[in-house]
Design a protein around this ligand. Structure first.
Ligand code: ADP
Length: 308
């Protein structure tokens, strides 16, 4: 049997075919282009799923389900998307029903970080599997957070999930100017507005860099402006990890998302230093690990939602 995993971020959408052991058979990705509207994205998602199922019609058994991880908030029961900040034109749109109708299989949707964490918990040999509780942070367009507690995705009121990307983080006086405008969440200097790929992109462009990749590169070569931007992201990460570790005391903290593909060591070092000398929790025992599935964690996690 095979399943399809769809990972929807604010920047890109990845669609993959996954076997029952959580291995990707084949996948493709394309830009999200949220400004083009929901119908446009839905049609491109449908085409990508159709292409994969046609290409692999005769292999890996029948298609048993489709899982979606979508940048949240989302309503997993209704199958609707409620993220007016990152996916403004998709607000209240239903992604589950049209896929179920077209492909005739069960379709489940979760927040993208929840799905990625669940995939790591089920199949991530180096990261989540065998550990409980675990938490996961995804550093990309935004900063996603998920916790798996007693084998289940942790949910709050009305099925909502914790948003540690939007906790306030302390910021040095000299860096105040970068946080003049509040984040869309309503507060200044939240974790996401300082340490997400978008935050580094935006601050970098103000400083004359092309994008976040150029900022990291320049920081490595000692450029003072770039170093300031990266230091700010690392300080915000240290502060957020202190709070998260003291809230959940997890066995593992998993870092995923596009930014972690190249910069895991940098962020993990800052995170480890932050909790090393904690006195109220066993900070030394909390392991900070990279997502086993790297950039594919979202696709594997989405697929895992439908694998028994
Ligand atoms: P999504 O949020 O759609 O899943 P990504 O995880 O690729 O997409 O994150 C996109 C954001 O993160 C962009 O702002 C991009 O510039 C930045 N980003 C992604 N990967 C890297 C990387 N390896 N190095 C630096 N910045 C990155």
């Amino acid at each position: 049997m095979k399943t399809i995993g769809i990972d929807i971020g604010g920047t890109k959408i990845a669609v993959g075919m996954v076997d029952q052991q959580g291995r990707i058979v084949s996948q493709s990705s394309f830009p999200t282009h949220p400004q083009r509207g929901f119908a446009d994205a839905l049609s491109r998602i449908m085409d990508a799923v159709e292409k994969l199922t046609t290409e692999h019609d005769q292999s890996h058994g029948p298609l048993c389900g489709i899982g979606i991880g979508c940048t949240g908030p989302i309503d997993p029961i209704r199958g609707t998307i409620h993220n007016p900040h990152i996916l403004p034109t998709w607000n209240d749109c239903n992604l589950v029903a049209p896929l179920r109708e077209r492909f005739g299989v069960p379709v489940r949707m979760e927040n993208d970080a929840d799905a990625a964490a669940y995939g790591e918990f089920r199949f991530g040999a180096d990261a989540g599997a065998g550990s409980d509780p675990i938490v996961m942070l995804t550093f990309g367009t935004g900063i996603g957070f998920a916790a798996i507690v007693h084998g289940q995705v942790y949910r709050g009121l009305s099925g909502s999930h914790p948003e540690f990307g939007h906790i306030p983080t302390p910021i040095d006086e000299s860096l105040q100017e970068a946080c003049a405008a509040p984040c869309y969440c309503g507060i200044r200097s939240c974790f996401e507005s300082l340490a997400s790929g978008t935050a580094i992109d935006t601050a970098g462009q103000l400083g004359g860099f092309k994008d976040s990749r150029a900022v990291f590169k320049a920081a490595c070569s000692g450029d003072a402006t770039a170093k300031k931007i990266i230091d700010r992201a690392l300080n915000a990460t240290s502060s957020a990890i202190w709070t998260i570790a003291h809230s959940f005391v997890p066995q593992k903290i998993i870092f995923g998302g596009g930014v972690m593909e190249d910069h895991f060591d940098l962020f993990a070092f800052a995170a480890r230093q932050s909790i090393l000398n904690a006195t109220m929790i066993p900070g030394k025992q909390v392991r900070i690990v990279k997502a086993s599935f790297g950039a594919n964690a979202g696709v594997v996690g989405a697929a895992a939602l439908t694998i028994a």
